[in-house]
Design a protein around this ligand. Structure first.
Ligand code: EPU
Length: 332
């Protein structure tokens, strides 16, 4: 395993902020990962996936571990379903494309999400009415303290909205994920945007659904290469009944979704837009003109500028609507 020192992290975060890591390693197997953990037992550690959901505001005086495990393997298969194991270092959309091309159903709504396979369970990535937790049956990981291997059933992952045990504890480095995918595909209407895109298509196939999602996302979301960003910057806020009533008094047209026992969810993009922050730019940072939830970088290399802009949005939304937006993006 190659170990590098004083590594520039700009290529490793999609906001393209500059920071240096003292040590950087990219284990290719679970064994190499355990070895790295034991070798650097006294160092502070940070695990980096595809780098699409975090940015740096300062240098990192420790070891960065970037899991590089590859491979897509069929574990078991019957007429109904197939269990597939994918390495943590596989690029997410490559994996989704593989599944869709084989007719394996369950991940098509998560097409084009910028991620790696290993990062997908951490914040339980989701889009168009689907969350990755719906298909995960097992997560294999290494304990960052002991270097020992551990497996998590789906229940043990304790998934929530953009949340899991991996995110809450920061203790496990994911090496591979096992998904159970269906052998038959029947399109179910779950999300208005997607239904609209598929209007006129009778019984859409899995490929048509993937293509429709790719079209929507390409239209709505900025290209990382042209305008560095980290996707949705904030989580959609959860509200109690009282909070929902208070919001609807100020903003009667605010979208509110019932999320069962957890209460209600509203749209962070809507609140940001109503606060006057859609397409707003301050220095080298702004929100995307076509989607208020995305913060884009127009040319700064300093993560602190992005963090400061985030705080401006939080303050304005809090002042106007009494709701504190929580970042979905991880800020180091
Ligand atoms: N809206 C506005 N202004 C905007 C954009 C959206 O008011 O500028 C309102 C509209 O009412 C719209 C609603 O927000 O109907 C929802 O917008 P959208 O469908 O784009 O969904 P989102 O809540 O902004 C979430 C996920 C996305 C995911 C989409 C599609 C979170 C934090 N984000 O965004 O995930 O792609 O739904 O399902 O849950 C990501 O996590 O990085 C991400 C892109």
């Amino acid at each position: 395993m190659t170990i590098r020192y004083n590594v520039q992290l700009q290529p490793y975060n999609s906001f393209r902020t500059r920071a240096t890591a003292r040590i950087f390693c990219e284990p290719q197997t679970a064994g190499e990962l355990s070895e790295a953990i034991r070798t650097f037992s006294n160092e502070q550690k940070l695990v980096l996936g595809a780098g699409f959901n975090l940015f740096f505001t300062r240098d990192f005086d420790g070891v960065i571990i970037k899991p590089g495990m590859r491979g897509i393997t069929t574990i078991t298969e019957n007429e109904e379903y197939v269990d597939i194991e994918a390495g943590a270092g596989e690029e997410w959309d490559h994996f989704v494309g593989f599944c869709v091309s084989h007719g394996y159903a369950g991940l098509e709504n998560l097409s084009l999400i910028p991620s790696s396979v290993g990062a997908s369970p951490i914040q339980n990535i989701g889009a168009y009415g689907t969350e990755v937790k719906d298909t995960i049956i097992l997560v294999k990981a290494v304990d960052i303290y002991s270097g020992e291997l551990r497996e998590f059933t789906s229940a043990e992952c304790d998934f929530g909205y953009r949340d899991s045990i991996f995110k809450r504890t920061g203790r496990y480095v994911i090496t591979s994920v096992v998904f159970r995918l269906g052998k038959t595909f029947v399109y179910k209407e779950k999300y208005v945007d997607l239904s609209r895109e598929l209007e006129g298509v009778v019984a859409p196939t899995i490929t048509q659904v993937r293509d429709a999602i790719i079209r929507i996302r390409t239209r709505k979301l900025p290209d990382f290469n042209l305008l560095p960003n980290a996707g949705s910057f904030f989580k959609n806020p959860m509200l109690t009944t009282d909070e929902k009533d208070a919001l609807q008094k100020i903003l009667p047209d605010a979208p509110v979704y019932n999320v069962g026992d957890d209460g209600f969810k509203t749209s962070a993009a809507f609140l940001i837009e109503k606060a006057g922050y859609k397409g707003k730019r301050k220095g080298m940072v702004g929100t995307y003109e076509r989607h208020a939830l995305i913060i884009v970088n127009y040319g700064t290399e300093n993560g602190q500028e992005i963090a400061a802009f985030m705080e401006d949005i939080q303050q304005e939304v809090k002042k106007q609507f009494g709701i504190l937006l929580e970042p979905e993006v991880w800020i180091f």
